[in-house]
Ligand binder design. Sequence first.
Ligand SMILES: [Fe+2]
Ligand SMILES: [Fe+2]
Length: 240
Amino acid sequence: MMLPNPAISVGQCVVRYPETAPVFEEFGIDYCFRGERSVECACRENQIDSEYLLRRLEQQIESVDPNRRSRWSDATLAELCDTLEWEHEQLLHILLPEILAEAEDMSVEDGLKHSDWMLLEQLLVALQTSLESHFRQEESELFPAIREVEYSSSAPGQRCASAGKFCRALQDEHSHIGAQVKHIQKITSALDPVAVDCPKCRSLLDAINKLDRVLHQHLHKENNILFPRAVRMEMCSGSL
Ligand SMILES: [Fe+2]
Ligand SMILES: [Fe+2]
């Protein structure tokens, strides 16, 4: 088994060994929005001993039976698109509405300052608007183009070019969505400890953390697996 080395990118390390994601998260290394950095570079930026991190990654990898490791990089692009669409549904129609309902249910008596609540609600609604528009584009343009390329053997050039072009534009939107989530996390992490002890507030924060985890994994699959494969198809078609 080939273990990670300092030159592997953090994004590709998580693609190849999905079980390493919690290790990077524990060390505060972003493998989703800045997945192109090498392990060595990420360690330098975060002032982490790269040998120690590599040992931790190896331990994590060796704790998993290779025959039971499921990798999204082994799935077909159509399977990946199906899963991503299902996740859109979960994020937009289950997780976000739950969070907004919980936030609406909170009152000043629950310990959350009015100004914090107003800002949190504004940020959540802005995130919902961004995700609605972003997911709509992926479902109506990108995913159909990718499925068509994968299933069709005739004249792939134009369709491939269109998939690659969408990927680059959507990746920029991911960075914007990532910044919105970071802002929400910043507000919630700075909440008054009295408010955080309130059960309603605790439940809201847990729901926001869950949304962050699901969204992070979703964008990782797109940034580090789907988009690079779609762009490679475009390059193979010679349409660049
Ligand atoms: Fe998506
Ligand atoms: Fe996306």
